[in-house]
Ligand binder design. Structure first.
Ligand SMILES: C[S@@+](CC[C@H](N)C(=O)[O-])C[C@H]1O[C@@H](n2cnc3c(N)ncnc32)[C@H](O)[C@@H]1O
Length: 326
């Protein structure tokens, strides 16, 4: 019989220290600097304009946690740090820590007891401008999967509405894959600035048309062949989702499809992991957010008038794609 592990439990009590240590290191761009050969405390202190004592403690902590390797007085990067935490790497995703562990998210978790009592966060708090700026590396592979999994005709005309587009990468991945696709991206004006920038950087600006506004108030235009919404439905309650799906359906051509990209829970609501654990993040940070099962999504889409709903899973990327036929 395994003995109960109090050391593991104490580690759990202190888990927030690990996230915030990583955040501090990313904010100091420590991993990029070490990757570039600035690998002693003295050199790092100069490069980061930080105290030697502070850096020594932080770097030793990162070595203890396996992000750095310490040899004598020098530090090198563990493989995952080289791949994901140096800005020189094309797979860099350090920016995401700015959203996952920013002050407002940490503060929201400090108020978790209150949110549990009320069943919702006191104020919905999310910095969507920061999200659009910092989450692109996480969205890119999912967006590419979606564009491929859609299996549409490569050069046929395709009118696409991307609701709550954020950084715009979902629509842009479709534009990159389908040469006659025109993407209409709806989000707030401030958030769409990042999407426009991404469209310019990928050379797709001519086929990228921002619609600044609110998904519940702004006209969708259309008609569209495809209406997609990624990671938006989990911020809405069931009645809001049904409203959104109904409005989307009305903006589709008769043979059009609605695509919902999101976490989809198994019926037990505690798997798959780690997706299912995001329900707690939503409780802490959003007013109505929730994760839904396939059956719940299917019911919402059917109530909104869609005929057939199917699911395409993407192993390892942590999102599902629901495709509803008008
Ligand atoms: C979690 S992000 C998703 C962004 C992007 N689709 C993605 O999957 O990464 C949620 C987005 O919804 C946008 N949003 C929130 N409320 C909205 C509303 N009422 N109408 C349009 N967009 C909204 C936010 O600005 C933010 O960009």
């Amino acid at each position: 019989v395994p003995t109960p592990d109090s050391a593991w439990l104490i580690g759990e009590f202190r888990a927030f220290e690990r996230s915030l240590a990583l955040r501090a290191a990313i904010e100091l761009d420590l991993f990029t600097r070490i990757g570039a050969g600035v690998d002693t405390i003295g050199a790092l202190a100069k490069a980061c304009r930080a105290s030697q004592r502070g850096l020594r403690v932080l770097c030793d902590h990162l070595a203890i946690q396996g992000h750095l390797v310490k040899r004598g007085a020098r530090y090198t990067l563990a493989l995952h740090a080289r791949l994901y935490l140096t800005t020189a790497s094309p797979a860099y995703l350090g920016s995401a820590v700015k959203f996952f562990a920013d002050d407002s998210t940490v503060a929201a978790f400090c108020g978790l007891r209150r949110s549990v009592k009320r069943g919702a966060a006191p104020r919905a708090k999310a910095d969507w401008i920061e999200y659009a700026r910092s989450m692109a590396p996480i969205a890119q592979p999912v967006a590419e999967f979606v564009a491929t999994a859609l299996k549409l005709k490569r050069d046929a005309p395709l009118q696409v509405l991307d609701i709550a587009a954020g950084h715009g990468l979902y629509g842009l991945a479709i534009a990159a894959k389908y040469s006659a696709a025109e993407i209409f991206a709806l989000d707030s004006r401030a958030v769409l600035r990042t999407a426009r920038k991404n469209a310019r950087q990928t050379g797709l600006a001519e086929r990228f048309h921002p619609i600044p506004g609110d998904a519940f108030k702004t006209g969708f235009g259309g008609p569209y062949d495809l209406v997609l919404t990624a990671n938006f439905a989990h911020h809405l309650d069931e009645s809001e989702n049904i409203r959104l799906f109904r409005k989307s359906r009305a903006a589709l051509k008769p043979a059009g499809q609605m695509v919902v990209i999101d976490f989809v829970l198994h019926p037990d609501r505690v798997s798959p992991l780690p997706d299912a654990s995001f329900a707690l993040t939503l409780l802490a940070t959003s007013a109505h957010g929730n994760l839904y099962t396939f059956r719940e999504y299917s019911n919402m889409l059917r109530t909104a008038g869609f005929r057939r709903v199917r699911q395409a899973n993407q192993r390892g990327l942590g999102r599902c794609m629901l495709i509803a036929s008008r």
